[in-house]
Ligand binder design. Structure first.
Ligand code: HEC
Length: 187
């Protein structure tokens, strides 16, 4: 019964388009966390992009894969400390096993897939969680997330497969829906 109720609740949530009142978060709080979430993820995105860009320039794509492997999480973790929240990225086709979707996020993923919704907030107990779309918006993304027969060069692909034997994050085209930023705020 609880499961059914929860599902009905969730279906309701989806139908209402995740508007502020239906997520159980009042309008002012919604606006406040949406702004913070958006600013934090813009900064995190900028930090990751500039770091991966200089790694590619320094040692090519293959080197940059190793760099992301070692540095993507620590970079995001240190930003989490600065902003007193928990920042991460999740995806249905994840490369890093830590970035898989949980059950709620699998439902949320469908909403982002079928709608042009840019971002949303969810409440989970005492937490407010902000999610924002990530797209493969630059041709450079495809050097590591594109087609395995050509777009990703063979040395880079080999490195990816070595570091991430269960990698799912290839086969994307330009501007595909790639993942979600996730920012967890403790109220
Ligand atoms: C040099 C190779 C490289 C480039 C270029 C690159 N990525 Fe990645 N990407 C990676 C690696 C490696 C990981 C796994 C990082 C980790 O272990 O935390 C990753 C992880 C991600 C994740 C987290 C989810 C997951 O699959 O683990 C997202 C989202 C993502 N990349 C999006 C992008 C986008 C968008 C671009 C273009 C702006 C991009 N990437 C460019 C190599 C790359």
């Amino acid at each position: 019964m609880t499961v059914i109720c929860r599902n009905i609740f969730f279906a309701g949530l989806l139908l209402m388009g995740l508007s502020a009142c239906k997520t159980g978060i009042d309008k002012d709080t919604y606006g406040k966390f949406q702004n913070s979430g958006s600013e934090i993820t813009n900064q995190a995105q900028a930090v990751l992009l500039s770091n991966v860009g200089s790694a590619i320039q320094k040692g090519g794509t293959e080197f940059a894969v190793e760099f992301c492997h070692l540095k993507a999480s620590p970079l995001i973790d240190s930003l989490s400390q600065v902003f007193s929240c928990n920042i991460s990225r999740v995806s249905e086709k994840n490369r890093n096993p830590n970035n898989a979707l949980n059950k709620t996020e699998r439902e949320l993923w469908k909403v982002f897939q079928t709608r042009t919704l840019p971002d949303t907030l969810l409440r989970l107990n005492s937490k407010i969680i902000y999610y924002k779309r990530i797209h493969t918006a630059m041709p450079a993304c495809l050097k590591c997330h594109g087609n395995v027969d050509g777009e990703i060069d063979s040395a880079t692909l080999e490195k990816i497969q070595k570091l991430y034997p269960n990698d799912l994050a290839t086969g994307y085209q330009l501007n595909d829906f790639r993942g979600l930023w996730k920012v967890v705020f403790e109220e």
